[in-house]
Write a new protein. Structure first.
Ligand SMILES: [Zn+2]
Length: 249
């Protein structure tokens, strides 16, 4: 059976002398795997499209098991992301997170759109930290581990929270702060942003600039939350952290 999908390459694995297995997150079918024969040879007609981050249309044949790629047309190669080591490392983390938190053939056009839009903004030079945090917050729902961001997780008060509890998976108000002595204290600004990041339609994101301290606060809360609930240890995340330390120098 022949399939045609629009998708983004989120992982490539060398296979044998000259082939690659592509993991594609597609609009139509969610995550799929296809064999791209000869893709490791530079002159092969499939090689340009058989690379990480490529957004394209992919035609493949599948009877059972892994499909075989017949044709691939590039829509966008995200050149700026590809040519900048920092942005490439952010994008690598985004696609690895997507790969690890999704099942094959679980259709999610919303997630495809989110992935595409995030790479597009990264390519355009929108603040990569902001994009990463938004992506992380939104992926919590995909992973089925969304924290309580609408109210206090303990008493359901909807006043502005003052902390985020990893243990109780959500916001704490000032009266319930004592319920978790390891809770992350949050500025009002960071609390609002966490909630906003969950609900915002990424298409409507304007230029957003955050103070370094705010970025750090959000990053630490989300890193701790992922450590506790996602069970993931991502190579790309460790690399990204090394890159960030280099960038600070
Ligand atoms: Zn409370």
């Amino acid at each position: 059976m022949i399939h045609k999908v629009e998708g983004i390459v989120i992982r490539t694995t060398d296979y044998g002398e000259s082939n690659k297995i592509l993991t594609i997150f597609s609009r139509e079918l969610g995550k799929i795997g296809v064999m791209s024969r000869g893709a490791k040879k530079p002159k092969n007609r499939l090689s340009a499209a058989s690379q990480l981050f490529i957004h394209g249309t992919f035609v493949y044949q599948q009877s059972h098991g892994l499909g075989t790629l017949n044709q691939a047309d590039i829509v966008d190669s995200f050149r700026e992301v590809r040519s900048d080591l920092f942005r490439a490392s952010y994008a690598t983390y985004i696609v690895e997170l997507t790969d690890k938190l999704t099942e094959e053939r679980s259709r999610n056009p919303y997630l495809f759109e989110l992935l595409y839009q995030t790479l597009y903004y990264l390519n355009e030079g929108i603040d990569s930290d902001v994009l990463l945090r938004i992506y992380e917050v939104k992926m919590l729902a995909v992973a089925g581990i969304k924290p309580e961001l609408d109210q206090c997780v303990s008493c359901s008060s909807t006043e502005l929270p003052v902390a985020f509890s990893i243990r109780h998976a959500g916001f704490l108000c000032h009266r319930c702060l004592h319920r978790d002595n390891k809770g992350f204290k949050l500025s009002a600004h960071s609390a609002r942003l966490l909630r906003l990041f969950f609900y915002i339609d990424l298409h409507r994101l304007g230029q957003i600039s955050l103070k370094k301290e705010t970025k750090q606060e959000l990053k630490e809360v989300l890193a701790a939350y992922y450590d506790e609930y996602s069970g993931l240890r991502l190579k790309s995340k460790r690399f990204l952290e090394q890159m960030e330390r280099m960038g600070d120098l």
